[in-house]
Design a protein around this ligand. Structure first.
Ligand code: TRP
Length: 337
């Protein structure tokens, strides 16, 4: 059995550094390793489950997310990048999989539970939203993905997918493949904090993000505003590095380990001002982000070319889906003609 990678993102906003260290870096590395057949989907159907009243936002962000993908190095000659809604087989698989999942199981998914609370749905939960993990199982299984690089918040989705695969195969025969999640090794990358403090995860809805599309000035403004040690009032005071977002980021993005260790010690001892450390962090981040930003701007100048790439990827995804669907229909005894 070949190695197949599938992952994706909801197009409900641009992608930020949390996405970058949490999943984008992993998928680009695996793509470049050449061992995997790679698929990345822009999950517009899933984005509509909680943005059904704002379709233009979803449409606009399909392009934004595609630009982010291409800018970080997803290469359409090696990775099939496609739009979820344009692969109708995914909707068909979802309908079949819904029989294999109970309402109680859907209500138990911890990520969905947290989102329901956060979005304030109360008792009026849209059925489509509650069922999106089933649609995600269709996304993952249509190409028989073996590995799914995701952030830790997505682990319950992979678990639910594995359960669906096991029930399907037990009832209808061995057609589907159980996928494994792939998460970053280090804890901070698994849950990158936002710029306002280490207790909050970087997230669009909290407005604490640094985006791949941010220009250099915006990046500096965000680094300048970063949460440090509120007790570090004068330069001479000893400072705390635990919970200090600037040092947390240096751990994740910095490469000069020895210099960072020295900065940390100096800060703890006293005599090192926040601005100095922030300037250094800005340089570190800008070194990583400047090439991404430049590539993104170039691609953004020709949206037609980006849509053409998505169209090609979507055609390929439909071919793969058609093959799986044939097997699924045969296994389910609904292959009449
Ligand atoms: N749930 C993911 C998110 O919120 C997006 C997604 C949709 C996905 N389908 C997927 C991720 C399949 C991995 C695999 O960003």
């Amino acid at each position: 059995m070949g190695k197949v990678l599938l992952t994706g993102d909801r197009p409900s906003g641009q992608l930020h550094l949390g996405h970058y260290v949490g999943s984008l870096k992993n998928r680009v590395a695996l793509q470049n390793g050449g061992e995997y057949d790679c698929f990345v989907l822009i999950a517009d159907v899933q984005a509509l489950t909680d943005n059904f009243d704002d379709p233009q936002k979803v449409r606009d962000n399909v392009l934004e997310v595609a630009l982010d993908y291409l800018a970080v190095g997803l290469d359409p000659t090696r990775t099939t990048i496609f739009i979820q809604s344009l692969v109708p087989a995914l909707a068909e698989l979802t309908v079949y999989y819904l029989n294999l999942v109970t309402l109680a199981r859907l209500e138990r998914n911890p990520t969905v539970k947290a989102e329901i609370k956060q979005k304030g749905f109360g008792v009026s939960i849209p059925a489509g939203f509650l069922c999106y993990p089933v649609s995600q199982a269709a996304d993952i299984t249509f190409c028989k993905a073996t590995v799914v690089p995701v952030g830790v918040d997505q682990l319950p989705m992979i678990e639910q997918t594995r359960e669906i695969v096991r029930s399907f195969n037990a009832i209808y025969g061995e057609v589907l493949v159980e996928p494994d999640a792939l998460i970053p090794d280090d804890r901070v990358s698994q849950r990158l904090p936002g710029i306002t403090g280490t207790d909050t995860k970087m997230s669009k809805s909290l407005g604490n993000g640094i985006y791949l599309a941010d220009d250099a000035d915006t990046l500096w403004e965000k680094v300048r505003a970063m949460y440090t040690d509120p007790g570090h009032l004068r330069v001479e005071d000893p400072g705390q590095v635990e919970g200090n977002v600037v040092f947390t980021y240096l751990d994740v993005f910095g490469t000069d380990r020895a210099f960072i260790a020295e900065l940390r010690e100096h800060y703890q001892r006293g005599g090192l001002g926040d601005m100095k450390v922030k300037k250094y962090l800005y340089e570190v981040l800008d070194a990583e982000l400047a090439p991404i930003r430049a590539r993104r701007a170039e691609l953004a100048s020709d949206p037609g070319a980006v849509y053409a790439l998505l169209r090609e990827g979507t055609e390929k995804a439909n071919e793969v889906a058609a093959a799986t669907l044939r097997e699924v229909r045969a296994a389910m005894r609904i292959d009449y003609f």
